[in-house]
Design a protein around this ligand. Structure first.
Ligand SMILES: [Zn+2]
Length: 257
């Protein structure tokens, strides 16, 4: 793996205490600096989901929330590399892994810069949650801004990686993103994994939106768009019939500029 991690964005907070534990429990858990050392000895470190939260809020949901699951308002973002399946049959494994790791690095930086967490990584795709465990009242806005950042940094990086890949006619390599806002169930839903995730109709719809997004597109649900009319003003409205969803969805299409 030769891809270097991109520099930490200027607006990244680098909090000295875990923002998740603070927002959820008002408990200060040191995650940076000398005060973090004794915690590290007990295996409490920064989470891979977001370096501003710790492994307590990542893996001990029931301890943090005092229940197995909660219902919470959140914005869910799905992103994946469009054209990847097609590509994976045509280029070597080393190049493929370079593309995937570049995608995940750039996405994570953009999501963290807006206080989201990278909850799941699935091959050439990922799922992010905004508003848990770091609380952001403007979580819809945060997710849209993260998506815009993802499109900006991934497009440039993917194109620079290998001009031969992006340049094939009809086989543009780019990122597709879907975003939806609403009440989700958050908790531990697996008996053999201890990290939390979000489930429910809102999560499914976000995933379906992503599956319909072309390379370079951000598909935003009406519910998310309502939360930030300014960011989505003038966007194309695309009616979509999505698998498993009865009513037509009026998606807003944000295209990378
Ligand atoms: Zn924490």
């Amino acid at each position: 793996m030769t891809t270097a991690s991109p520099p930490v964005p200027a607006n990244h907070s680098n909090a000295s205490i875990c923002r998740g534990c603070w927002d959820q429990m008002r408990v200060p858990i040191p995650i940076r600096g000398p005060l973090a050392l004794p915690f590290r000895a007990f295996g409490i470190t920064r989470s891979k989901m977001n370096p501003d939260i710790c492994t307590i809020c990542e893996r001990s949901f029931q301890y943090v929330k005092k229940q197995r699951q909660i219902s919470a308002s959140a914005t869910i973002l799905f992103a994946d590399i469009r054209g990847f399946t097609d590509l994976s049959e045509r280029i070597e494994a080393v190049k493929l892994s370079e593309i995937v790791s570049l995608f995940h690095d750039r996405c994570a930086q953009a999501i963290w810069a807006h206080d989201g967490i990278v909850n799941k990584q699935m091959g050439d795709g990922l799922m992010a949650i905004f508003n848990f465990p770091i609380v952001r009242k403007d979580h819809a806005t945060a997710a849209i801004m993260a998506a815009v950042d993802i499109q900006r940094s991934c497009t440039a990086a993917l194109n620079s990686l290998n001009p031969d890949i992006g340049g094939l006619p009809g086989r543009a390599l780019g990122v597709g993103i879907g975003i939806h806002t609403g009440d989700v169930q958050i908790g531990e839903f697996s008996s053999f994994r201890s990290d939390f995730t979000a489930i429910g109709g809102v999560v499914n719809l976000a995933a379906r939106l992503e599956s319909q997004a072309a390379a370079g597109e951000i598909l935003v649900s009406a519910e998310t768009a309502t939360q930030d009319p300014d960011l989505t003003a003038g966007a194309e409205v695309r009616p979509l019939m999505l698998k498993g969803i009865e009513q037509q969805v009026q998606a807003r299409v944000l295209v990378k500029s």
